[in-house]
Design a protein around this ligand. Structure first.
Ligand code: HEM
Length: 391
C-alpha cells in the first residue's frame, strides 16, 4: 500500500502546503543560531539539522512534533541512540532473515545482542501511541491533507489490515527513518562546503541578497526554488553526499531488460529475475561525468544542465525516493534562510553582521564518506560539522 497511498502526500503541490510549517521551524532555527552567538556555544550541526528535519517530518506525519529545535540539546541523546542502528543496519540489510528473528527477542536479550534495537523498539512504541491517538480522536476539523496518518486512517481505499497500528507503525519507521537523517546530513555537508569555499558562498549570498532584499523576512518557497545558483549548490551537495549510500537493488521479475550500447553497436540483455544493483556514490564520483569529482563545484550543473541524468542520489524509476520534493524544499529553504542572514566569519566581530565560523572540522575526518553504513558515514567518533556563531 505504501507507494500508492503515500504518493499524493509527497507530490510537489502537497509539499507547497507545508510552507508555513517549514517557515516556522526555520525561523526557530535562526533564533537558536542567534542565541548561540551570545553563548559562543559550539554547535554540532548534524544534531541541529536533525532537530529541523525531525520536526518537519513528525509535524507532517502525525500533525505534531517533539519541538526538537526548541530543546536545549536538540534532542541529541535520542538522535544518537537512533544513529546507533546504523552500526548494524548494513549487516541486517544483507541478511534480511535476521531482522525478524532479532525482533522476536525479549528486550533483555535484545539489549545484550544489539543494544540499538531497544532504542528502535522504544521509538516504534511511541509511533504506535501517536497513531492510536489519531485513530481515537479522528478530529473532523483536522485537514487530512496536512497529516499523513490522519489521511491514511480516513482513507476509503485502504483495508482494515492496512490501517492496523502494527502496519502503520512500519510506515512511520519508513517515513521518519528515510526523511530525517538523509536530509539533515546533506544540509550539514552543504553548510560545510559553503563555509569552506568563500568564493562559492559569496556568489550564493549575492544571489540571495538580490532575491531577498530584506534579510529579516523569510523568503517564499517560490522565490528560493527558482534560484539557479542555489539549485546548483544543492545538486552539487547531493552529488557529493548521497544521503543514502547503500547499493540500490532491483529485480525485474517478469521481463528481460534490454540495453542498447549505441557507441559499440551492442545489445545487453539482463534476463528476467536477475538481481541488479547500483551505488550512487560510485557513479557520482566518476571523472568521465564529473571531472575533478572531489571538488565542490556547483558551476558544473549550470555549465551542463543535462548532468542531472547522472544524479542518482534519490534513485530513479518506480522506487524513486518518495520524499524527494520535501527534501528539496527543506534544503532550498533552510540554506536560503541561513545564508541570507549569516556570512563567513572573517576574524573581526566589531561592526560586522552575524557570521558562522568552522570549529575544529576536518573535511577528510568529519565530512567525507569514510564508511558505507547504509548512510555515508565519516570516521568513527566524528561529530561531523561543528560551528560557532559570531557577531
Ligand atoms: C536528501 C534527502 C534524501 C535522500 C538522499 C533520499 C534517498 C532515497 C533513496 C536513494 C531511496 C531509494 C532506496 C532504494 O531504492 O533502495 C529513497 C526511498 C524513500 N525515501 Fe528518500 N531520501 C531523502 C529524503 C527523504 C525524505 C525527506 C522522505 C520523507 C518522508 C523520504 C522518504 C522515502 C521513502 C518513503 C522511500 C521509499 C520509497 C519506496 O520504496 O517506494 N526520503 N530515498
Amino acid at each position: 500500500m505504501r507507494r500508492a497511498s503515500l504518493n499524493s502526500y509527497f507530490s510537489k503541490a502537497s509539499i507547497k502546503r507545508l510552507e508555513p510549517m517549514i517557515k516556522d521551524i526555520t525561523s526557530k532555527l535562526l533564533k537558536r543560531l542567534d542565541s548561540a552567538s551570545t553563548s559562543r556555544e559550539v554547535l554540532t550541526m548534524r544534531m541541529v539539522y536533525k532537530a529541523v528535519t525531525s520536526d518537519v517530518i513528525n509535524s507532517y506525519a502525525f500533525g505534531k512534533s517533539k519541538h526538537e529545535i526548541d530543546m536545549p540539546d536538540f534532542n541529541a541523546p535520542y538522535q544518537l541512540g537512533m544513529e546507533k542502528l546504523n552500526d548494524v543496519i548494513y549487516v541486517l540489510m544483507q541478511l534480511g532473515w535476521l531482522f525478524p528473528l532479532l525482533d522476536m527477542l525479549p528486550d533483555s536479550l535484545a539489549s545484550w545482542t544489539v543494544p540499538s534495537l531497544v532504542v528502535h523498539r522504544k521509538a516504534k512504541k511511541e509511533w504506535a501511541v501517536q497513531i492510536d491517538n489519531i485513530r481515537e480522536t479522528q478530529d473532523e476539523k483536522i485537514d487530512t491533507e496536512d497529516n499523513v496518518f490522519q489521511g491514511l486512517l480516513n482513507s476509503s481505499i485502504l483495508s482494515d489490515a492496512d490501517k492496523s497500528t502494527e502496519r502503520l507503525t512500519v510506515e512511520a519507521f519508513v517515513l521518519v527513518g528515510a526523511g530525517l537523517e538523509t536530509t539533515a546530513t546533506t544540509l550539514m555537508v552543504l553548510t560545510y562546503h559553503l563555509l569552506a569555499n568563500p568564493p562559492i558562498l559569496r556568489k550564493l549570498k549575492a544571489e540571495l541578497e538580490a532575491e531577498i532584499p530584506d534579510a529579516s523576512v523569510l523568503p517564499t518557497f517560490k522565490q528560493v526554488e527558482s534560484l539557479p545558483y542555489l539549485t546548483a549548490v544543492v545538486q552539487e551537495g547531493l552529488r557529493m553526499h548521497s544521503g543514502a549510500s547503500t547499493r540500490q537493488q532491483r529485480i525485474a521479475p517478469d521481463e528481460d531488460l534490454v540495453y542498447t550500447d549505441r557507441a559499440r553497436a551492442k545489445k545487453w540483455i539482463i534476463p528476467a529475475g536477475t538481481p541488479v544493483s547500483m551505488t550512487p556514490t560510485l557513479l557520482q564520483y566518476l571523472p568521465e561525468y564529473f571531472p575533478d569529482p572531489n571538488t565542490f563545484r556547483p558551476e558544473r550543473w549550470i555549465e551542463n544542465p543535462r548532468l542531472d541524468r547522472y544524479l542518482l542520489t534519490f534513485s530513479k524509476g518506480s522506487r524513486i525516493c518518495l520524499g524527494m520534493n520535501l527534501a528539496y524544499q527543506e534544503m532550498y529553504f533552510v540554506l536560503a534562510a541561513v545564508f541570507r542572514k549569516y556570512d563567513l566569519y572573517d576574524g573581526a566581530v566589531e561592526g560586522k553582521g552575524p557570521a558562522l565560523q568552522l570549529y575544529e572540522t576536518v573535511r577528510e575526518r568529519d565530512i567525507d564518506m569514510v564508511a558505507e553504513l547504509a548512510v555515508p558515514s565519516p570516521e568513527v567518533g566524528s561529530e561531523g560539522l561543528r560551528i560557532q556563531v559570531m557577531g
